[in-house]
Ligand binder design. Structure first.
Ligand SMILES: Cc1ncc(C[n+]2csc(CCOP(=O)(O)OP(=O)(O)O)c2C)c(N)n1
Ligand SMILES: [Mg+2]
Length: 339
């Protein structure tokens, strides 16, 4: 009612020319159908309340991802978080964006499918060490090679968490688990060295869950990368791997920050931890750091910005007109014409 009154008073009091009046009226109401520039808040990225154990590393990853989306003002309807199965893979439920909680080991083929058809979306993948390095290992390697634009977070707690403590490919040898009560017999897979060695891999970084500033800066750097950014996050599992990373958390000498202008911003970490200059474009240096387990190297280990991107090939033809699509179908059918 208030609005109507002010509208009437505006029309009657105004003594201007009809064109001027029309312009004024147009300005009063925005009739354009274009969506306006929107500012998002942290609350726009909140989903269901997380039910992970207290001090599980998944909480840090969730918070960093939500803050990143907010800081980059990513529209929630243009953002998708894809996961497999595991405690970590529940993360999409806790985001206020689109999400795809897929099958065990299948986050990457789903994400690659989305990327192939939706160049406009921001894609984040969350996968556990079992999900990625065991059942999903084939998909993992080929996704690295396809190098489609997306950020892949390997939440590596060195155990199958959801199914209650079975040996995963990254479980340290001799760890007693439900599948190996006398201790895991084999040395673990090294996800960093494996990723770097894959043909056409382009971005491999490492973080730890208890240093959120560095994790956030790594996600930020990954977003600037044109291809697949693979981030291994060393992660606590307070229930099934109690204290397994305590030594690294409690002793600053057991963390080493890799620095380079092309790498991850070290932020305030340089005040506490030792740094080492590292050229991420050197394959040999990247491999050297990938094999280093103590101290844990943090930052961008490997970068190859000229690696080919498979999404650039698969996206060809998506924005063709109806006529062009019909002509393409005709051309295909004509191949079978009997002359
Ligand atoms: C095809 C298939 N095989 C096995 C399972 C059982 N399963 C569910 S989660 C999981 C392991 C999860 O471990 P990880 O990927 O490390 O995630 P975390 O729970 O540690 O975050 C397994 C074996 C399943 N759901 N589907
Ligand atoms: Mg795990």
């Amino acid at each position: 009612m208030g609005e109507t009154l002010s509208f009437v008073s505006f029309v009657t009091k105004e003594k201007a020319s009809p064109t001027h009046k029309k312009e004024k009226l147009m300005n009063m109401t925005d009739w354009t159908l274009e969506p306006r520039m929107r500012e998002f808040e942290l609350g726009d990225y909140l989903g269901a309340a997380p039910r992970w154990c207290p001090s599980c590393g998944n909480h840090t990853v969730l918070k960093c991802l939500q803050k990143l989306c907010k800081d980059l003002n990513l529209p929630p309807e243009k953002t998708v978080v894809v996961s497999g199965i595991g405690c970590s893979s529940r993360l999409p439920h806790h985001m206020g964006t689109y999400g795809f909680h897929s099958l065990h080991g299948r986050s990457l083929p789903v994400a690659c499918g989305i990327r192939a058809r939706r160049p406009d979306l921001s894609i984040f993948v969350v996968t556990g060490d079992g999900d990625c390095c065991a059942i999903g290992a084939g998909h993992w390697l080929h996704a690295l090679r396809y190098n489609m634009k997306m950020t892949v977070m390997l939440l590596d707690n060195n155990i199958y968490g959801l199914t209650k403590k079975q040996t995963s490919p990254t479980t340290p040898a001799h760890t007693k688990t439900n599948t190996h009560p006398n201790g895991a017999p084999l040395d673990p897979v090294n996800p960093l060295a494996t990723a770097i060695s894959m043909t056409n891999a382009s971005f491999v970084a490492q973080c730890v869950d208890w240093l959120p500033e560095h994790l956030y800066n790594t996600l930020l750097r990954a977003q600037q990368h044109p291809g697949l950014a693979f981030i291994r996050i060393r992660q606590r599992c307070p229930h099934f791997m109690k204290g397994h990373l305590d030594a690294f958390m409690n002793d600053p000498n057991k963390i080493q920050i890799l620095t380079d202008p092309r790498g991850v911003l070290p932020g305030s970490l340089t005040q506490t931890y030792g740094t080492v200059e590292h050229d991420p474009t050197s394959y040999d240096d990247a491999m050297k750091h990938a094999r280093q387990t103590d101290p844990i190297p943090l930052g961008l280990l490997y970068l190859n910005e000229s690696a080919l991107r498979y999404d650039e090939f698969t996206q060809k033809g998506i924005v063709t007109s109806e006529e062009e699509k019909l002509a393409a179908i005709e051309a295909e059918l004509n191949k079978f014409a009997i002359l």
